[in-house]
Design a protein around this ligand. Sequence first.
Ligand code: HEC
Length: 152
Amino acid sequence: MRKNLSLVILISAAVLFILNPPGESQKTPPQILQTQGEKPKFLLPPKKSQLTFTEKKGQALYDYYCVLCHGAGGNGDGFNSYTLTTPPAKLADPNLMTKLPDAQIVAIIKGGGRAFGLSPQMPSWGGLFKDKDLNALVAYVRTLSRRTATGG
Ligand code: HEC
């Protein structure tokens, strides 16, 4: 009986060890984009919780209409980007985005690339979006380059 008891204790200890090996509990959660000073390698879309209400609305539209070419992080690497002869603009690039006023972003969404001497592969959405949707899209697109500029 004593022998059985120590066997049970031994087995429970082994099971506990397998389920929760020492050191496991001290692990810190994985850090994404830990970039102090240096440039991040890639950018993830901003967390919903960091966005304003308008930006969240813009994200929903962006994820539906723009993400396939411009990519989730605005790096021009959406899955459809590889089929295009002109690479989609990197909307996460602060150098590009500071040159584009809000009105110009709205104009290119409505008129498409062709209207501005750019690639016709940037589609024209015409009157598809209401003004408040366009504002939301611009607000969200802006957050993509803000993260690049601050490195996170
Ligand atoms: C079918 C692919 C595709 C989709 C979908 C798409 N774009 Fe583009 N976009 C492009 C390409 C390609 C360019 C680059 C044009 C060039 O540089 O000649 C571009 C360029 C741009 C530019 C930069 C214009 C400039 O002056 O450099 C903005 C801003 C933009 N797109 C916003 C959007 C937004 C917002 C959406 C969603 C509503 C969207 N795009 C959807 C392909 C796409």
